[in-house]
Design a protein around this ligand. Structure first.
Ligand code: ZN
Length: 382
């Protein structure tokens, strides 16, 4: 079912929704964060529960990260050595080491269907890239010896925004193709310019083997997803659609709607009358959502469900269009509807042109916005 978008369930739950509700939305793959699950409830509890699927009542696929990225971003004293990442336990302050083997061992206990290698996300890009390759070998070795071959290990391509380092990393990781199930493109979405971002994605997606899924980490805006898919990406995850929902922003094919704004106070239309999500299908009005969004958790749940279904529709539409040979037309329709008078982000125009899709071909009057593109009404809340 690729390309696909994965909602993020950091603490073994998508905020505000039960596993049953997520399943009812048609979601078949979610992401759990290894770092958080390892701290709480901890591996012992997960083992007793029979793994994270059982623990959270989730019958579909589960992807886990390595735990490394969160460790570095949440613990300021983390030190990367050749052996692993050394950090102070947030509970006891004891020095604790996360090695590549330990990361895989935790992900084995979690029982995720897709596991990520531990990668070095340190600031010295070249050194971190080569260490990431050495750590991949340790992850592969540990995993192959474990007998847990039903769990799939993904490599993470590093190399920052340096073209040559990326190429070297790609070359090394492609050599290990028969020992990994897929590839993630790491080292991005750290605030780099979009014009650089898409070129790195394209460079990686073009070189990575056709018969392995390619996963772009931390990508969540609809236009980012579609550009990445056009460049060859199969999987993406992001907290954005569910986080922005809790701030009252509903995503639609006409652009995001900030339901907190008073202009929605008397609007009896659903968020999107063509949307099959429970919120829209029940006819819940924008006025009602505006009324409860900041005061009743039910409002956040309603918009969260809608946004998850929106992401699935964006990716599902892309999937059908690719199969039907109409993907360029789908992209043009999406951009015309989503950006309309707001103008098209220049980086999207350039990225899609690089793969032969000219968004401006029959739209001579459309405005092209330089830089990272349109600023939506959600920009101050997310
Ligand atoms: Zn909806």
């Amino acid at each position: 079912m690729l390309p696909t978008f994965m909602p993020v369930a950091t603490q073994a739950a998508i905020k505000g929704l039960t596993a049953h509700q997520v399943e009812a939305l048609g979601v078949s793959l979610i992401l759990n964060n290894t770092y958080h699950l390892n701290l709480r409830p901890g591996i012992q509890v997960l083992k007793e529960a029979g793994g994270a699927h059982e623990f959270q009542g989730w019958r579909h696929n589960l992807l886990t990260d390595s735990g490394g990225f969160q460790l570095v971003s949440l613990n300021k004293f983390t030190k990367i050595t050749e052996e692993g990442a050394l950090f102070a336990s947030p509970f006891t302050s004891e020095p604790t080491m996360l090695t590549p083997e330990e990361s895989i061992s935790i992900q084995h206990a979690i029982g995720s269907d897709i596991m990520m290698q531990l990668d070095d996300v340190g600031p010295r890009v070249g050194e971190a890239m080569w260490r990431t390759i050495r750590w991949l070998d340790r992850c592969i070795e540990f995993h192959e010896k474990s007998g847990k071959r039903h769990q799939n290990l993904f490599a993470i391509v590093q190399g920052g925004i340096d073209h040559e380092l990326r190429d070297q990393c790609l070359e090394e990781m492609i050599k290990r193709k028969d020992r990994v199930a897929g590839y993630a493109i790491g080292g991005l979405s750290g605030g780099e310019e979009k014009d650089i971002f898409w070129r790195v994605i394209k460079q990686c997606a073009e070189k990575l083997p056709e018969d392995r899924p390619r996963y772009s980490m931390g990508i969540g805006f609809a236009e980012d997803l579609l550009v990445c898919v056009a460049l060859g990406v199969d999987m993406a995850d992001c907290v954005f659609p569910t986080r922005t929902a809790r701030f009252g922003v509903a995503l639609t094919f006409q652009g995001p709607l900030n339901l907190r704004l008073s202009k929605h106070a008397e609007d009896m239309r659903p968020v999107d009358e063509n949307c099959p999500c429970p919120t829209c299908a029940d006819g819940t009005s924008r006025a009602m959502l505006h009324h409860i969004i900041t005061i009743e958790t039910a409002g956040a749940h309603a918009v969260t469900q809608h946004n998850i279904v929106f992401q699935a529709r964006v990716m599902g539409g892309a999937r059908e269009a690719i199969i039907g040979g109409t993907f360029p037309a789908y992209l043009k329709r999406f951009f015309a509807s989503y950006f309309g008078d707001a103008g098209y982000p220049e980086w999207c125009v350039n990225a899609l042109r690089s793969v032969g899709v000219d968004l401006l071909a029959d739209k001579p009057d459309v405005q092209v916005i330089p830089g990272d593109g349109a600023k939506w009404e959600y920009s101050d809340t997310t």
